[in-house]
Design a binder for this molecule. Structure first.
Ligand SMILES: NC(=O)C1=CN([C@@H]2O[C@H](COP(=O)(O)OP(=O)(O)OC[C@H]3O[C@@H](n4cnc5c(N)ncnc54)[C@H](OP(=O)(O)O)[C@@H]3O)[C@@H](O)[C@H]2O)C=CC1
Ligand SMILES: O=C(O)[C@@H]1CCC=N1
Length: 266
């Protein structure tokens, strides 16, 4: 099935839901095929500019949809699933949940028997079709997996993982956007201290981060071998890197990832 003919309900157009909707529209999904909801109707103005169907009626949105994207916070999903229980149809619909830390088994217990459920963990770069999305499934039809891959491939790159790794995928891929943003911000602050205005520093850092990632993606090299190409003996790069490590750079990142993981698992 072509995703351009799919009717998609996006239940919970907050930060991530909005990014998914914009990315899907940029990928050619007609706005009129998207049914977006959130609780607070006053906050729908932005998404309405994209010309999607936008409202507060989850039941209406779900009834129109082939695919239901659940994009609410983990503490809100139970209310939503109770509300739409009578409207979801296991014979014709697929549910894709991006909700952090809620298993397929837990979701299935709140839905009609036989409902096909896939979990996905995209990131906010879906907005610019650069999301890395991990998906997992358990006992759904092949065509439903293929359909989900098509949806998230339209928003970037998709990989299939085991469900037991979904929390790790959340930390590395979804929280990862925030870690990288903090890295970029720190680089810019350093750049200002050594002489650039904020805009020029930002421009240099953003392109440098993109270039570093592209080197690894395209050349398939190890980061340390790329570092070796930059570090002159007794040079400025190794002096800076070692000073960062003396201050716990890698250790701080690893500890941060583990703290995020503990927060999901608790
Ligand atoms: N943000 C991210 O980078 C990522 C988030 N996730 C996961 O995606 C989910 C959404 O996260 P995020 O977008 O950040 O959260 P937000 O709070 O930004 O968005 C959640 C949305 O759900 C809406 N909502 C809450 N209850 C209902 C309801 N009963 N009916 C309809 N809509 C409802 C809220 O509406 P309103 O505000 O109007 O009340 C809000 O717009 C979470 O489970 C999160 O863990 C996964 C990967 C990345
Ligand atoms: O911080 C959070 O809880 C969510 C999960 C992944 C990104 N944001």
């Amino acid at each position: 099935m072509d995703i351009k003919t799919l009717k998609i309900a996006v239940i919970g157009v907050g930060n991530l839901g909005n990014a998914l909707v914009s990315g899907l529209i940029e990928s050619g999904v007609p706005a009129t095929n998207i049914y977006a909801t959130r609780r607070n109707g006053d906050k729908l103005e932005e998404i309405k500019k994209l010309r999607v169907h936008a409202g507060t009626d989850n039941r209406f949105a779900v009834k129109q949809a082939d695919v239901i994207l659940l994009c609410v916070k983990p503490f809100n999903y139970q209310v939503v699933l109770d509300e739409i229980y009578d409207d979801i149809d296991p014979l014709r619909q697929l549910v894709v949940s991006v909700i952090t830390g809620v298993s397929i088994e837990t979701l299935a217990a709140k839905m009609p028997s036989g409902m096909a459920i896939i979990r996905a963990m995209p990131n906010t770069a879906a907005d610019v079709k650069e999301s890395l999305t991990c998906i997992c499934h358990n006992g759904v039809e092949d065509y439903q997996v293929e359909l989900t891959l098509k949806i998230f491939d339209a928003l970037g790159t998709t990989i299939i993982i085991k469900e037991e790794l979904m929390n790790s995928a959340t930390v590395l891929g979804a929280c990862g956007i925030a870690y990288v943003m903090r890295f970029i911000r720190a680089m810019v602050q350093g750049g200002i201290e050594i002489g650039f205005d904020a805009e020029t520093a930002g421009n240099i850092v953003q392109h440098t981060v993109k270039g570093a990632a592209t080197l690894l993606l395209e050349r398939k090299t190890h980061p340390e071998s790329e570092i070796d190409k930059v570090t002159t003996p007794k040079g400025c790069t190794i002096a800076g890197l070692n000073e960062m490590e003396h201050n716990g750079f890698s250790s701080a990142l690893i500890k941060g990832l583990k703290a995020s993981m503990t927060q999901i698992d608790h």
